[in-house]
Design a protein around this ligand. Structure first.
Ligand SMILES: *[C@@H]1O[C@H](CO)[C@@H](O)[C@H](O)[C@H]1NC(C)=O
Ligand SMILES: *[C@@H]1O[C@H](CO)[C@@H](O)[C@H](O)[C@H]1NC(C)=O
Ligand SMILES: *[C@@H]1O[C@H](CO)[C@@H](O)[C@H](O)[C@H]1NC(C)=O
Ligand SMILES: *[C@@H]1O[C@H](CO)[C@@H](O)[C@H](O)[C@H]1NC(C)=O
Ligand SMILES: *[C@@H]1O[C@H](CO)[C@@H](O)[C@H](O)[C@H]1NC(C)=O
Ligand SMILES: *[C@@H]1O[C@H](CO)[C@@H](O)[C@H](O)[C@H]1NC(C)=O
Length: 396
């Protein structure tokens, strides 16, 4: 059992900011064209509670560390110029002055026109502003383009958000985020990739994870535990934040002998890399809580760390806790082993890193910790998620 206190300390923030995002309108785009031959591999590391990639922007290159947000609208980082409300980050702010290839994009430019949330009010020929609603909070800035190098990709001129004011007080040391949502400016769309995949190694092991874009995004094959399920369309407005996220239909969760059917009105689950811990609609969480407690067979103990809900004495938890099986539309079944949801919380206590969430409008969230050692492939053409168990650190 890994110790994961840092991730859980964030939990009071995340459902709230996510709920905030869900209320906001952002438009969907799925404009990917042809993939680069060979594809791109991007090393990913775990930091604090999130999976992070290193990239560079500019000439000469300036380092940027960015949390992967598969539902995110664009790639963005904080810029030194005009920063009105910047959060603290480990690396220096991106200095547009120090890059000979940086170009602020004006309103009217094609790249600006492709952003639903652009702000060009008032000054017709002015700078292209954007306002992104992210899982972490809102962030606003200017759209620029510059030479971007990420993973094995050839350096390419890509558009990114030069953030000058953000709602959040921290990105846990990172400088911004890499968005992979169904938008025109996602990293995948800009790389012309019609598919991406990622495989997250367990946190706090120091092992590397990987993100694959284009042709390199492929699974080993239809082994045991593999499956495919379609993205679902929402009935929310087409410009809703949900529409650029990857949503699936979850039919049931099995925990040991118990099968918990998802309610008709609450069977949508969002795959997220920007939320560490799974949040289930309340009624389902209550049933799951009972099933896990029954299977463990020991009396729950009070959580030693805030934000956990269900904890057991460590010795009794390890034996009886069941693997969880997520049964998706189309028969695909994803196994979440005990090691991916039961964590050492200190004081000889093990706690379940799954919570109930009343504030999410009936949409559950599959958190990144529960996706560990599963290779997930998002096919943007077929609009499907395929997955298989994998040793993620062996793929990168
Ligand atoms: C990214 O850079 C940081 C230092 O800024 C380093 O500690 C980390 O290992 C790097 N990650 C990868 C995947 O290269
Ligand atoms: C960038 O350059 C402009 C114009 O030379 C200057 O006014 C500004 O102070 C510089 N900003 C930074 C952060 O270096
Ligand atoms: C994506 O970009 C194209 C081309 O600029 C634009 O027509 C389209 O509206 C954009 N998609 C969205 C949802 O804004
Ligand atoms: C993506 O395709 C567009 C249009 O064909 C091209 O201009 C651009 O250079 C491509 N981008 C990358 C990163 O290959
Ligand atoms: C699950 O079912 C098996 C076989 O029927 C039974 O032996 C076991 O006690 C059950 N476990 C629980 C936790 O009910
Ligand atoms: C662990 O237990 C000790 C003794 O009961 C207590 O003082 C301490 O606060 C506990 N730590 C946590 C993180 O709950």
């Amino acid at each position: 059992m890994a110790s994961l206190v840092s991730a859980l300390l964030l939990m009071c923030l995340i459902p709230l900011t996510r709920a905030h995002e869900l209320r906001r309108g952002l438009e969907l785009a799925d404009d990917a064209t042809t993939a680069r031959p060979g594809g791109v591999t991007v090393p990913v590391h775990f930091s604090q509670a999130f999976y992070v990639v290193n990239l560079t922007i500019g000439t000469p290159p300036q380092p940027v560390s960015a949390i992967i947000d598969i539902g995110g609208e664009l790639v963005w980082t904080q810029c030194a110029q005009h920063c009105r409300r910047c959060f603290k980050q480990d690396l220096p702010l991106f200095d547009t002055n120090a890059s000979s290839t940086f170009r602020p994009e004006p309103c009217g430019a094609a790249v600006c026109e492709s952003i639903p949330t652009r702000s060009c009010a008032g000054d017709g020929g002015g700078a292209c502003g954007y306002e992104a609603s992210t899982s972490f909070g809102r962030t606003v800035g200017r759209i620029g383009t510059d030479a971007v190098a990420v993973g094995t990709a050839a350096t390419a001129r890509l558009a990114f958000g030069c953030a000058v004011a953000s709602e959040m007080d921290t990105m846990w040391g990172s400088s911004g985020s890499v968005g992979l949502g169904r938008t025109n400016l996602s990293l995948a769309a800009q790389m012309n990739a019609t598919a991406f995949s990622y495989c997250l190694a367990p946190p706090d092991t120091g092992k590397s994870s990987a993100l694959f874009l284009g042709a390199s995004a492929k699974l080993a094959g239809a082994g045991k535990g593999a499956g495919t399920t379609p993205f679902v369309k929402t009935s929310t407005p087409p410009n809703s934040g949900l529409s650029r996220s990857y949503l699936l239909r979850l039919e049931a969760i099995r925990a040991g002998n118990a099968t918990i059917a998802m309610p008709q009105s609450g069977n949508t689950i969002m795959v997220s890399t920007a939320t560490p811990v799974t949040a289930l609609v309340d009624s389902v969480y209550r049933d799951l809580r009972k099933a896990v407690a029954d299977a463990v067979g020991a009396a729950p103990v009070p959580p030693p760390v805030q934000n956990y809900d269900l904890c057991f004495p460590k010795a009794s938890a390890s034996g009886g806790a069941p693997d969880l099986v997520l049964a998706f539309q189309g028969g695909a079944e994803m196994t979440v082993p005990v090691s991916s949801y039961l964590f050492d919380a200190g004081n000889d206590t093990a706690c379940v890193a799954i919570l109930g969430s009343p504030a999410l409008g009936g949409v559950s969230i599959l958190g990144s910790l529960q996706q560990v050692n599963i290779h997930l492939l998002f096919d943007l053409d077929k609009e499907t998620l395929s997955f298989e168990p994998a040793d993620c650190s062996a793929l990168s």
